[in-house]
Design a protein around this ligand. Structure first.
Ligand SMILES: [Zn+2]
Length: 414
């Protein structure tokens, strides 16, 4: 381990946060979706106060907010830094036993229950030979998503407070619940937060800055058939089920999640419900451009028309609803927000990489709530899995990037 005296506190924090079970729930009606998230929120607020941010508090919805006042005389925009406390509902986050693999040898790491973390699958491990790699014991996820972000922001606050020579404007810190179930911004009070720009610290590989999310719509295709007693149905019955099956069969295989990557969009049926009388197919539409979504909508209409020709007695209706839009459209209006992040990455000694998220984020929603918010890496890998891992050296790089980010904003605001 590098002999930076501040390093152990970053790791100690991260390991301590992973011991809190903060799994969120898709099915819960309450907010936050699970009460147990509040325990980590309370701990983070306590720790912020202890560090010297006396206004740190948890609000009624479980959001932690705090202020770190600036230490320069000129005006610098108030910057928000955000991480989420919850972990994915996909894999258990109960009783996480983080394993610290010092002086990693580059070989596959065997965890409990035949779980193997293999550099063949996660080649970035090979950049960490001789480094310290942290995993779970294989029975749970690790929770680097996003407890690494929480620990990195906390450590940033600590270092800025301990070293007055590090220049920074006023920072606003937020730790949010329920990001993994798409509700992290549901009760986020942008006005009370009071930041002019913000960054979620929730990305993966070192050097990455994420400035794009999908544009997303949801389609509901309703098939209305004619139901008659099947014993006496000749030339009368028209099955909505068969029409729906025909429609799904017509979806182009080259536009599916399982056949697309990188910049490509997709059309994805997510549920089929119904009977002979009525069957409803729900789909999600995804593309980085709005024109791509319009094209997908036209395609659904043309498939519906083809089904009408094949089964003329079945009525087919297509309804499309907007879900969210690419955050790039907002960030393009505030180009310095992403530029400063890329510059900070460079100054931290990494190669900056712009990255697209094939999904949505809290940052994207915040962009459309008036707060431009790209995403910065944490150093974590294989999120939402039992093989999730992070290298201590990359967590340190994330902290360095945040320190540089504060400096860049100070310099560029003169
Ligand atoms: Zn996350």
């Amino acid at each position: 381990m590098p002999n930076d005296p501040a390093l152990p506190s970053l790791v100690e924090r991260f390991l301590r946060y992973t011991r809190f079970d903060t799994q969120s729930s898709e099915t819960s009606e309450s907010f936050p979706s699970t009460e147990k998230q509040r325990a980590l929120s309370a701990e983070l607020a306590r720790e912020l106060r202890e560090l010297g941010l006396p206004d740190a508090a948890v609000d009624a919805h479980g959001y932690v907010m705090a202020t770190l006042p600036g230490n320069v005389s000129h005006r610098v925009p108030v910057i928000g830094l955000i991480a989420h406390v919850d972990t994915s509902p996909e894999v258990s986050g109960e009783n996480v036993k983080a394993q610290v693999h010092r002086d990693y040898d580059g070989k596959p790491i065997r965890l409990a229950g035949d779980v193997v973390l293999d550099p063949a699958e996660s080649p970035q491990l090979l950049d960490h030979i001789g480094h310290t790699v942290i995993t779970s014991d294989g029975s749970t996820l690790l929770g680097a998503d996003n407890k690494a972000g929480c620990a990195e922001i906390m450590t940033l606050c600590e270092r800025l407070l301990r070293d007055p020579k590090l220049p920074h404007g006023t920072l606003r810190i937020a730790f949010t619940p329920d990001e993994e179930v798409g509700n992290g911004t549901k009760h986020f009070d942008v006005k009370a937060f009071g930041a002019e720009v913000a960054y979620t610290v929730d990305g993966e590989s070192p050097g990455e800055v994420e400035n794009e999310t999908f544009c997303a719509d949801a389609a509901t295709v309703t098939f209305t058939g004619v139901n008659v007693h099947p014993g006496y149905a000749k030339d009368k019955l028209a099955s909505a089920i068969k029409a729906a099956a025909c429609f799904v069969e017509l979806l182009p295989p080259t536009m599916a999640p399982e056949t697309t990557e990188a910049k490509q969009g997709y059309l994805h049926p997510v549920s089929v419900k119904g009977g002979v009388e009525e069957t409803v197919v729900k789909l999600i539409l995804r593309d980085f451009e709005e024109e791509g979504l319009r094209e997908q909508a036209r395609m659904l209409e043309s498939l519906a028309a083809a089904v009408r020709v094949k089964l003329p007695k079945v009525k087919v209706g297509v309804a499309i609803e907007q879900s969210y839009r690419n955050m790039r459209f907002v960030l393009e209006k505030h180009p310095t927000v992403v530029e400063h992040a890329l510059e900070a990455v460079r100054r931290a000694g990494l190669e900056p990489k712009l990255h697209r998220i094939r999904g949505g984020t809290d940052g994207a929603r915040l962009c459309y709530m008036g707060l431009p918010t790209p995403n910065i890496f944490t150093g974590g890998h294989l999120f939402h899995s039992r093989r999730e891992w992070i290298a201590v050296e990359d967590m340190e790089k994330a902290v360095q990037t945040l320190i540089e980010l504060c400096k860049v904003w100070v310099e560029k605001s003169r």
